[in-house]
Write a protein that binds this ligand. Structure first.
Ligand code: PAP
Length: 352
């Protein structure tokens, strides 16, 4: 959930600061007709934003959060035309969005950088969020990233299954869904929120974050409903959706990167494997490398690049949650995921 204000959008295959300038008047006109709907939506306290609004069972930002607003999502539902060759990376905030963007981008564009051993790669200069646009940024202008040598477009989104533009589900395109242990999502979102809260708002206490997360109030949450809907979709359409967990990706990075490449239609050749291309991509997209590259500078106003790189570990929740909190979240997860083969235990996942 990179909180991009409308005025700071800038995306392209090889990003440049002036690639995309938003025309605010046009934007207002496009989204105005959806704003009235917001007044009828249930409202609750937000994390980074003042409030969140419920639409079709999920919590959303309002217009001031540009790309991530409910209005932008509604506009997408009405207008977006998916293509069967598209690729969508779908996550809940703090579930590995930045990482999966980097990996997918590096995999599908690897031909372009093969002759100089990745040394001039955009990921060595730009935040992965600049390399792969959020789907909703289409509302703000043409931002498509075309994958090398083919017509595939690469997008990311946090939109819940029930609100995805219908054409995405009908087109038979490829979807990669990545989820993460809810307890680590909570901890990550808590820290991200406090990093981004400006001086006018006091720091959030962990107790408060826990309360909100447990009752489902987080951007694009409830957590469990988001994951469950995509999981069920993946059972029905195993060829169209690759269901991954952050934990499994951490544990088996090389194997999962190979699987991801295969799913994206560009499996690594034996020759590439022998040349060490897979390992090189894993290193390029590693927490260590990306957090070094993004140590300084701002991604957008009020959002430093380093806000997307904190610990990058599995199980950091252990140093934040009390036993009582752990019990509550485990119980909710058990009930909500009852009958589903989803596990965040390292080495335990399931399918693929
Ligand atoms: P977003 O949805 O706002 O874009 P997202 O990238 O999903 O955020 O989540 C950030 C988390 O991914 C951070 O986790 P933490 O707070 O528990 O540390 C961040 O450290 C982690 N992360 C970012 N890049 C990587 C990476 N290359 N490898 C592993 N974890 C990463």
């Amino acid at each position: 959930m990179s909180l991009i204000n409308a005025s700071s959008l800038s995306f392209a295959t090889v990003p440049s600061e002036n690639d995309h300038k938003l025309n605010k008047a046009d934007l207002d006109l496009t989204l105005d007709r959806y704003t009235d709907m917001l007044t009828t939506c249930p409202k609750d306290k937000g994390w980074v934003s003042e409030n969140l609004y419920m639409y079709k069972g999920f919590w959303h930002f309002n217009f001031s959060y540009g790309v991530f607003s409910l209005e932008a999502m509604m506009s997408m539902q009405d207008t977006f035309q998916a293509q069967p060759t598209d690729i969508y990376l779908i996550t809940l905030p703090k579930s590995g969005t930045t990482w999966i963007k980097a990996l997918a981008y590096a995999i599908v564009n690897r031909e372009r950088y093969k002759n100089n051993t990745l040394s001039s790669h955009p990921l060595l200069t730009y935040n992965p969020h600049k390399c792969v646009p959020f789907l909703e940024s289409e509302v703000f202008g043409k931002t498509s990233v075309y994958v090398d040598g083919c017509l595939s477009r690469l997008f990311a989104t946090h939109i819940p299954y029930s609100s995805l533009p219908k054409s995405i589900l009908d087109s038979g395109c490829r979807i990669v869904y990545m989820c993460r242990n809810p307890k680590d999502v909570l901890v990550s979102l808590f820290h991200f929120t406090n990093k981004l809260r400006d001086k006018s708002r006091c720091r959030m206490a962990f107790d408060e974050a826990f309360e909100m997360f447990s009752k489902g109030v987080m951007p694009y949450g409830p957590y469990w409903d988001h994951v469950k809907a995509y999981y069920n979709f993946s059972l029905k359409h195993p060829n169209n959706i690759l269901f991954l967990t952050y934990e499994d990706m951490k544990e088996n990075t090389v194997n999962k990167v190979k699987l991801l490449a295969e799913f994206l239609g560009c499996a690594f050749t034996k020759e590439e494997e022998a040349r060490g291309v897979v390992d090189e991509i894993v290193r390029l997209c590693s927490f260590k490398k990306l957090s070094e590259v993004n140590k300084h500078g701002d991604f957008s106003e009020g959002v430093p690049n380093d806000a997307f790189f904190r610990e990058g570990k599995v199980g950091d929740w252990r140093s934040h949650l009390t036993n009582e909190m752990t019990k509550v979240l485990n119980q909710i997860t058990k009930e909500k995921f009852h009958g589903l083969d989803i596990s965040f235990e390292v080495g335990a996942l399931v399918r693929n």
